[in-house]
Design a binder for this molecule. Structure first.
Ligand code: MG
Length: 368
């Protein structure tokens, strides 16, 4: 199934609920998501849809990489050869980026190759991956930003909880005392049965993380403690994991299989959260999944429920999906919540239909 052309577009999609406060936005934290959208066309008349994202920056470099460096490497190749193409890209572009932007931009193409594989087979991706289940547990992740008060968090989360989602994840890390206060209020309002994750986005130092970890497990009964400290500190994560009962979650910032290996070998993560766009796409993600399974740890895909639902329904060791519907405006049929669980769209591959009007509306054009 020869690739005839790759069409890349860059979009800036506004977030339906801002993640940055007005002060943070003024300081440059974006309230839109930068999306690299690719269509991989083939001589078989099938087209694969893939995407990658960034949370900061213009995205211009990602688009340039896709158009100038990645597209020439894959046009004329067999779209089914995802391993060979991933290796080709790695070796050809190693000198400008073994990790980072090169892998991020290539993730969009790799995802499109997997979409094509499903379309060629006439199977939804989750069936191709293994068909572990027909729907997946899901938690709400866009209802509890740092700028929100407990009442705002409860109001925003109610529609999710009413639909039967397992629970919500709350951002912490600005001020430990304020974090403790809002988590106490939230747990009291939500009750003990609602799943409650806390995510520090690497903002605590080690000592604060240790103290807060004890508080989250003893006083809040939190279900996991995500990115407690900087992702560069593997040993710090290992020490926290050995001293705390609460599950340490992380992995969204890790690029490449070896970074995951260093964490897993030190028993530094209880829940592994690889991001499909930081690993060169699904091809890299699946290797992290296999490694994680060998360490008997569950996975929870970072963001992109459009992909996460296939991973959680395809593979038995993927525990749940993070519901961050940032890309939902781009599709006419994103994964739906049914009886509290996320269900993949029934079509082949990713099963996603692009809303072309929305894609046109959010498209960013750079002057040459
Ligand atoms: Mg996170």
């Amino acid at each position: 199934m020869r690739i005839t052309r790759v069409v890349s577009q860059l979009l800036h999609v506004p977030l339906s609920r801002p993640r940055a406060s007005p002060a943070e936005a003024k300081a440059g934290r974006l309230n839109h998501i930068v999306v690299l959208l690719v269509h991989v066309h083939t001589e078989a008349d099938l087209t694969g849809l893939g995407f990658a994202y960034a949370l900061q920056g213009s995205g211009r470099a990602m688009l340039a990489l896709a158009e100038d460096d990645l597209t020439p490497l894959v046009v004329g190749e067999d779209a089914l050869d995802h391993e060979r193409l991933a290796a080709k890209v790695y070796w050809r572009l190693q000198t400008i980026g073994r990790r980072g932007l090169v892998q991020q931009a290539y993730s969009a193409i790799d995802l499109a190759l997997w979409d094509l594989k499903g379309k060629a087979a006439g199977l939804p991706l989750y069936k191709l991956l293994g068909g572990a289940r027909e729907s997946a547990p899901v938690y709400g992740s866009d209802t509890a930003w740092l700028w929100m008060s407990p009442q705002e968090i409860l109001d925003a989360s109610r529609p999710y909880l009413d639909q039967g989602m397992m629970g919500i994840k709350v951002k912490v890390g600005a001020d430990p005392e304020a974090d403790a206060e809002r988590l106490t209020q939230l747990r009291e309002a939500l009750g003990d049965d609602v799943w409650l994750g806390v995510d520090a986005n690497e903002r605590y130092d080690y000592g604060t993380a240790l103290a807060m970890g004890h508080f989250f497990e003893d006083e809040i009964g939190a279900d996991w403690f995500e990115e407690p400290i900087t992702c560069e500190d593997v040993e710090g994560h290992a020490r926290l994991a050995s001293k705390l009962e609460i599950a340490i979650a992380g992995g969204e910032m890790l690029f490449g299989l070896d970074e995951f290996r260093s964490y897993l070998e030190r028993d530094a993560l209880a829940v592994v959260q690889p991001d499909v766009t930081r690993l060169g796409g699904l091809t890299g993600w699946l290797k992290v999944a296999a490694l994680t399974e060998a360490h008997h740890r569950p996975l929870s895909p970072h963001l992109l429920p459009e992909v996460g639902v296939h991973l959680a329904c395809g593979l038995p060791n993927v525990a749940n999906v993070e519901y961050m519907p940032w890309l939902y405006p781009l599709f006419t049929n994103p994964p739906k919540i049914e009886q509290g669980r996320l269900v993949p769209p029934p079509g082949p591959g990713l099963g996603l239909e692009l809303d072309t009007d929305a894609a046109a509306k959010y498209r960013v054009a750079f002057s040459p």
